[in-house]
Design a protein around this ligand. Structure first.
Ligand SMILES: Nc1ncnc2c1ncn2[C@@H]1O[C@H](COP(=O)(O)OP(=O)(O)OP(=O)(O)O)[C@@H](O)[C@H]1O
Length: 339
């Protein structure tokens, strides 16, 4: 490791075990066509009460990381590395312990609440389910607690009696958030929580998540293809490309002055809400991300990179220190500057 480079144990180390420590996470899917390396050595840490955004184009492995955090991957997935939640490795937990950790230790808000909710059950019963499963609230008090949760996400108590189809997309997503909060988890993972919603509702839901997490000590991992959504909500950003984190750092700095050419291109592609200097329409990135089963030699971003050089075909750089605040970037040019 060259001087100035940072070990992958993350930039915010305080000596105490962080809320979440992901180390060298690797996920392969076994398919009829062979092995698909969807996540290739992802490491990051999250302190209690902080918010990490994971960004990247479709197919870069974001959802696979989210699912791996709670071991919700399909059977075809093979997982390596570790996911330490309050020091306990989720990847190695016994089944009973894993059941106890889901909802109560960490919970997930998925995109597209219509599919995640059961269409034929009242939403109040669905919110109550994790509480009953975990015994966090005495059975006689679940109705009252469901009402409190609905109010905390901006819905009236009587909505407990509604079925999912009686709610708008934004209301359904609020129900999903209420469910995620039901057992008072220390970590919430939000996978594209606003993608299916129109811009106004998207802003309301993001504000809601922000308000609920603020000051509560809950850690948030939010996943989105839209860097501007994450920049407005999260303290730190990790930008993924082809199954790896290629840049990580304080959100405002990554968006304003990305060090990795892919993070810079992604940042330019999404206008930032409320930033008058920002473009009004997203500019697409040229080219497509690589097929994870057939990655190019060297740096995976090289075929699309405007500043690639011959040597980029020979090296797939690690994440190296790229400035203050634990900034890291995986580009040979950053590596050069660090030495
Ligand atoms: N069950 C699976 N079997 C095989 N390959 C899969 C499976 N799930 C995902 N993949 C592949 O793994 C890679 C990463 O997918 P993943 O869904 O994690 O990416 P993503 O960044 O979340 O994309 P999106 O935003 O489109 O969901 C993709 O190439 C995808 O096709």
């Amino acid at each position: 490791m060259p001087d100035g480079a940072r070990a992958p144990d993350g930039p915010q180390g305080t000596g105490a075990e962080p809320l979440l420590r992901v180390e060298d996470l690797r996920v392969d899917y076994r398919t009829a066509g062979g092995r698909v390396p969807a996540v290739r050595g992802v490491s990051f840490t999250l302190e209690a009460g902080s918010k990490l955004g994971v960004a990247g184009e479709s197919g870069c492995g974001k959802s696979t990381v989210a699912l791996a955090l709670l071991r919700l991957l399909p059977k075809s997935a093979r997982v390596g590395g570790s996911v330490l939640l309050e020091g306990e490795d989720v990847t190695a937990m016994r089944w009973g312990r894993l059941r106890a950790v889901r909802w109560a230790g960490a919970s997930i808000v998925f995109q597209g609440a219509m599919h995640a909710l059961n269409a034929v059950r009242r939403v109040g019963d669905q919110i109550a389910e994790p509480m009953l499963l975990h015994g966090t609230v005495p059975p006689g008090r679940t109705g009252a607690r469901v009402g409190e949760l609905l109010e905390s996400v901006g819905l009236p108590r009587w909505r407990a009696r509604s079925y999912p189809h009686e709610l708008s997309g934004g209301q359904r997503q609020r129900v999903m958030i209420a469910m995620a909060l039901a057992c008072e988890p220390r970590l919430i993972i939000a996978d594209e929580p606003t993608t299916a919603l129109d811009v106004m509702v998207q802003a309301q839901i993001l504000r809601l998540i922000d308000d609920l997490v603020a000051g509560s000590g809950i850690g948030l991992v939010m996943i989105s293809h839209d860097l501007s959504v994450l920049a407005d909500t999260c303290d730190r950003l990790a930008v993924m490309y082809a199954g790896r984190v290629v840049e990580e750092g304080p959100a405002a700095e990554v968006v304003a002055a990305a060090r990795h050419p892919y993070a810079a291109a992604l940042s330019a592609a999404f206008p930032r809400v409320g930033d008058p200097g920002s473009r009004m329409a997203p500019r697409g990135l040229p080219g497509d991300p690589p097929d994870p089963a057939a990655l190019p030699e060297g740096c995976s971003f090289r075929p699309r990179c405007a500043v690639a050089e011959e040597r980029c075909a020979a090296t797939d750089p690690d994440l190296w220190s790229a400035g203050d605040g634990g900034r890291r970037a995986a580009c040979v040019k950053v590596l050069e500057e660090a030495v």
